[in-house]
Design a protein around this ligand. Structure first.
Ligand code: ADP
Ligand code: MG
Length: 231
């Protein structure tokens, strides 16, 4: 038996299953939330507390789906050549409204024609989790800057915010499952991001200063297609 092969086949089955469950579960969660909110408005004082706890738990459930499976598609993982600018523009587009809501802006500076190999849904999930953390770290207004460059055989991506920042202890715990300092946090976002980047043979490094902000720098090998174009 080839154990490695079996393991990756199992992983594929699990992620396909998770993706379809995510799609199926999201709608009923949304509907339930709506009805619960209606009930809260009509409830008597003693009942409001329970309803608000129930709403919080519902939000936690959707948080888990968001951190894990925002773009998950119930199909076998599809690796293609990705144009980094396209992917990052899509991510910024999706998160712009959320940034505006908390008084922030996302600034994007990514040149064209940086190509990497990967799965588009997964890469977007990894980036969304990083940018969402930056938005949530903004203390009122603030700026999130996303830029990318080519450096030798690598694409280098930086996501920088001027939010609340982290101390050494927090920095060292990033990516640990369930490590979260937020009331609505899942503590799963960065764990997912780290795994995705690792699977792309990439690396991620954080620098942060309390009260000043945080920068995540990601290095992912350029696609071979890109290498060929250079020669
Ligand atoms: P969650 O966002 O659900 O808390 P994550 O894994 O995404 O879980 O992040 C874990 C923790 O790392 C966050 O709760 C936060 O304390 C810290 N963190 C991550 N990114 C940033 C950032 N850009 N600025 C400040 N703190 C951050
Ligand atoms: Mg997060």
């Amino acid at each position: 038996f080839n154990n490695e092969l079996q393991r990756s086949e199992k992983m594929e089955i699990i992620s396909e299953l998770a993706a379809s469950v995510a799609h199926e579960v999201r709608n009923p969660l949304q509907v339930t939330r709506g009805f619960m909110q209606l009930l809260t408005e009509r409830a008597e004082e003693g009942q409001k507390e329970y309803l608000s706890l129930a709403l919080k738990e519902l939000d936690r459930a959707s948080g888990i789906i968001t951190d894990f499976l925002t773009f998950a598609k119930p199909e076998l993982e599809h690796i293609t050549v990705l144009e980094l600018g396209d992917e990052l523009r899509h991510v910024a587009g999706i998160l712009n409204p959320l940034a505006s809501l908390s008084g922030g802006v996302i600034k994007l500076d990514v040149p064209h024609q940086i190509y990497i190999d990967g799965n588009s849904s997964k890469l977007k999930q990894a980036m969304i989790n990083l940018v969402k953390n930056s938005i949530e770290a903004l203390d009122g207004d603030g700026t999130i800057k996303i830029w990318a460059v080519k450096d030798k055989d690598y694409a280098v991506i930086s996501i920088r915010d001027n939010g609340i920042g982290m101390d050494m202890n927090e920095l060292s715990r990033l990516g640990e499952p369930y490590f979260s300092n937020k009331t609505k946090g899942t503590g799963l976002g960065l764990m997912v991001t780290f795994r995705i980047i690792e699977a792309m043979n990439g690396k991620i490094q954080f620098t942060s200063h309390k009260g000043i902000g945080t920068e995540a720098v990601i290095r992912i090998p350029l696609s071979d297609t890109e290498q060929m174009e250079k020669n």
